[in-house]
Ligand binder design. Sequence first.
Ligand code: PMP
Length: 388
Amino acid sequence: MNEWLSQRLEKTKEAGLYRKLRTMNTAPRTKVYIDDQKQIVFSSNNYLGLATEQQLVYAAETILHKFGVGSSGSRLTTGNTEWHEKLEERIASFKKTEASLLFSSGYLANMAVLTALPEKGDVLFSDQFNHASLIDGCRLSKADTIVYRHIDMDDLEEKLNATASSQRRFIVTDGVFSMDGTIAPLDKIMELASSYHAYVIVDDAHATGVLGEKGRGTSEYFHVSPDVVIGTLSKAVGTEGGFVSGSRVLIDFLLNHARTFIFQTSIPPSSCAASYVALEIIEQSGAKRQQLLEKVKQIKTNLIEMGYVVKGDLTPIIPVMMGEAETAVLFSSRLQDKGIFAPAIRPPTVPIGESRIRLTVTADHSSEEIAYLLKVFNLIGKELGLIT
Ligand code: PMP
């Protein structure tokens, strides 16, 4: 077995796609020690800096002492506490839906929706750049999947038009695309869904806490109400776990039919308490969100002026295009030499020839850290002949 796997790994290395772990030796702030090297991190999903917020730590600690470290069962057996229920009610009120259901991760929430809801004979319309967990969910679903070009509403409409006889249709999209930083045109998607009698499923992992006046995500940003909103607590919320929000019937259905809910141990109550407090903070963080997006604007404008190709809309995800995987890996390692941590994103995560440095900005990045990032991008870009 080892020989066979080593040969396969060798091919991965030859293709420049070999990955290895790095060890973070400090809390996820903007400056950390990675493999004992001091680095400024521009790749964290801790968009509002809540992962180290003391109010969350205190809430988790208090409940940790009361409930212990693990929930020790699935929600439907012995793993349901008042904190799981309180958090679900809080998520529902935050997302302005009737109800919500917690999962151990956003990945499992996506799998839950896509394996439990669509039936044989249904069709899923999935954006080309949807997150891996949506893609895996589509693969495991009993429905057929049709992939439409990234945020291309004409292509989506054409494909909806061509499947008029199908039983039921679902449009499946990220709210903010994790590798591209684009915002799904949810207003137009909702219009198409209404014209073609389709349901809309949105994975709002990267929009939750970031988009909309109160940080409720793409629904708030576009003033729409998709049928199913999925999210994670592991990004702007700063904690862990995933959720699905929607009608009470939807949630009751998932509780009864979603295998990743039924057969998984629930997250610890202490974590629920931290998330509960995070949502309270997020709703009141309008000014912080504004500042965060100002920082994004500043970085993007400067990188474009330097001559970089930068993708995406105004979100904390800034993909700086590098082309070949080797270039992205080399750039990332030069960044690390200069004390900036921003990993290369390569195939299969992104298409061949579209490797990139995926920068993410958080509210905690200081103006000095941003100025240093820009200085280093200018330097390395010139060294490697990517910019003039
Ligand atoms: N959806 C998207 C768009 C994501 O980026 C991620 C995390 N990378 C997930 C879902 C999965 O969320 P979690 O980390 O909570 O499993």
